[in-house]
Design a protein around this ligand. Sequence first.
Ligand code: EPZ
Length: 421
Amino acid sequence: MDKLVIRGGKSLSGEIRASGAKNSALPIIASALLSSENVIIRNLPHLQDITTMINLLGTMGVEPVVNEDLSVELDSNLLKSVVAPYELVKTMRASILVLGPLLAKNGYAEVSLPGGCAIGSRPVDLHIRGLEAMGAEVVVEDGYIKAKTDGRLKGGNVFFDTVTVTGTENIMMAATLADGVTSIENAAREPEVVDLAECLIAMGAKIEGHGTDLIRVTGVEKLHGCDYSVVPDRIETGTYLVAAAATGGKVKVKDTRPDILDAVLVKLEEAGAKIETGDDWISLDMEGRTLKAVSVKTAPYPAFPTDMQAQFVALNAVAEGTSTVIETIFENRFMHVQEMMRMGADISVEGNTAIVRGLTELHPAPVMATDLRASASLVIAGLVAKGGETVIDRIYHIDRGYECIEEKLQLLGADISRLPE
Ligand code: EPZ
């Protein structure tokens, strides 16, 4: 397994560009299964998870065409199977996103139950209940979700008692081809949900309210093709800004969207950073100021994103003062804490709260990545730790969500390299 080797202690400075958003690209690739014509998707990040989703469509017969400009073309008329096999689904939970489109377009779908993952059990009961509210018959047997509908799905009223991002996306996609109007109450408001809705609208779907907690979809008979570019990745952007703040640097992220990162930018300013923004860029400059610890509490968008929680634990570990980091979305998303404590961080976890006592510095150590965002937080800790090498193992977790992380950090002056095993 590849490792990352980081010699920390240098302030990051320079400019990088954000890649397309992983969590927008994944549902948008799945949405190609709804269309009766070719769909072209641009600005896809080159990540393991994107490859997995494209391979998943490939195993069902929808072979991708990658154009010279690296856009991906998908034609769901090539579909040969409506089964999403365990071998692929077990490697990426987001595979559940093909369930709604396959069912809505073909009247039947078999998708392996995605196992839990490191950060929590992550059930999909809300996805299933939503499809049942639209007239689907769903059984779970032999580890597979088997859903069918006689004729088209029916428009229905779906209420999510827990805000679910991919649950909202699955139901919204299924509703585009249903007979009638579907309302989704307590819908997720994440920018990636909005991006998917805009892509579906480009295919001819009738969707209103995306970005609010009440989405209304009026079903149509069929969707045509589209040529759509994925929104920039706000979590990747936020991760590099936190790395810049933690190392006392000055970094500009281009090709990004400042308007979908408010909760994070506010916290970075509270930590002492000077933030400037333009239409498609964000710059952060610590201007030599001491980093101040900031308390955060995760919650659904537009509140502070759970996908930035681990990164802020790393920031707080080297900031001045004591802070609390409260995780309200997932039940086990503090695995980075143990690893950071190996680097000397002073953190205690009580239930869903991490209490972080800031230090002047961390020291290098061998650590292990456990999940995608935890890995990113260990990279940040490694960039700060002076006087040796931090070696991060199992970095396949990182490659799922951060395109060319060592190249982008090298562009910013970091001493980081990949050690192929
Ligand atoms: C999406 O996961 C993201 N993944 C996650 O990003 C992100 O952390 C999460 O939303 C929260 O923002 C993608 O978009 C591909 P949820 P998702 O359904 O949709 C419970 C990353 O690092 N729940 O919004 O799987 C669930 O257990 C990844 O890029 C049910 O109980 O998350 C959790 O506690 C990690 N039943 C809460 O809802 C269900 O049927 C929110 O989960 C579905 C969810």
